[in-house]
Design a protein around this ligand. Structure first.
Ligand SMILES: CC(C)(COP(=O)(O)OP(=O)(O)OC[C@H]1O[C@@H](n2cnc3c(N)ncnc32)[C@H](O)[C@@H]1OP(=O)(O)O)[C@@H](O)C(=O)NCCC(=O)NCCS
Length: 186
């Protein structure tokens, strides 16, 4: 006997996986990125030494990435083209994730993707940042030579970290932070 056909159950709504994805930022993202940075770093962000670098050298907006979870923007990262000792590279930061979306992997995804994107262009040889070793060394960043890279203000040398396809660069890069391309005009 043929079993009566049972109508197929409606597929259940997919669970909200809260998996981050990244995309390029647009001009429409500018304002909320500033607001996110204010939430993440507070008013003290303007006194940070990395901020002074970004005052002198503009960020590359084509390297600004945004993280989204379920279509909601929740994180961002900026890159500033710089050079040190005549070698071109990038300063990463600020990297920020909104407090409601932390520990979902957005921060690490933004960091990994922006490093890959920037170094993949083949124009810069390193990505530098000032940040926590515990977070960034898991992402391939290494300690630099103590005090060798000179910032336009005080930094904790332990927090000056670098990633590069050149395994020797973290220990050899030295000099003041200058404009991207500065070495080529010397
Ligand atoms: C740091 C920050 C970007 C991480 O964002 P996030 O999206 O939560 O990061 P992820 O989800 O990829 O990683 C979270 C993991 O990193 C750990 N982590 C976060 N900040 C850390 C830090 N400063 N040092 C060490 N580990 C850290 C978390 O405990 C978490 O660990 P778990 O995976 O074992 O639970 C976010 O906390 C933030 O915006 N903080 C304020 C701004 C800031 O400090 N930015 C970094 C300096 S530029």
């Amino acid at each position: 006997m043929i079993a009566p056909s049972v109508p197929a159950a409606e597929p259940a709504a997919p669970p909200q996986l809260r998996v981050p994805v990244t995309r390029f930022a647009t001009d429409q993202d500018d304002q909320w990125i500033e607001e996110l940075q204010a939430i993440a770093f507070g008013p003290g962000r303007f006194a940070r030494t990395a901020f002074r670098v970004r005052e002198r050298f503009p960020i590359d907006k084509s390297l600004t990435l945004v993280a989204e979870v379920d279509g909601t923007p929740c994180g961002s990262v900026w890159m500033t083209p710089i050079s040190v000792g005549g070698i071109d590279g990038y300063l990463l930061g600020p990297l920020a994730t909104h407090p409601n979306f932390r520990r979902l992997g957005a921060g690490k995804m933004l960091c990994r993707n922006v490093v890959k994107l920037a170094l993949g262009r083949g124009e810069g040889k390193f990505v530098l940042l000032v940040g926590d070793q515990d977070y960034y060394m898991l992402l391939g960043f290494e300690k630099t030579q103590h005090g060798a890279i000179q910032f336009p203000g005080p930094v904790d040398p332990q927090r000056v970290l670098l990633v590069s396809p050149d395994p020797a660069l973290a220990q050899s890069l030295a000099g003041p932070i200058a404009a991207f391309g500065a070495g080529k005009t010397a």
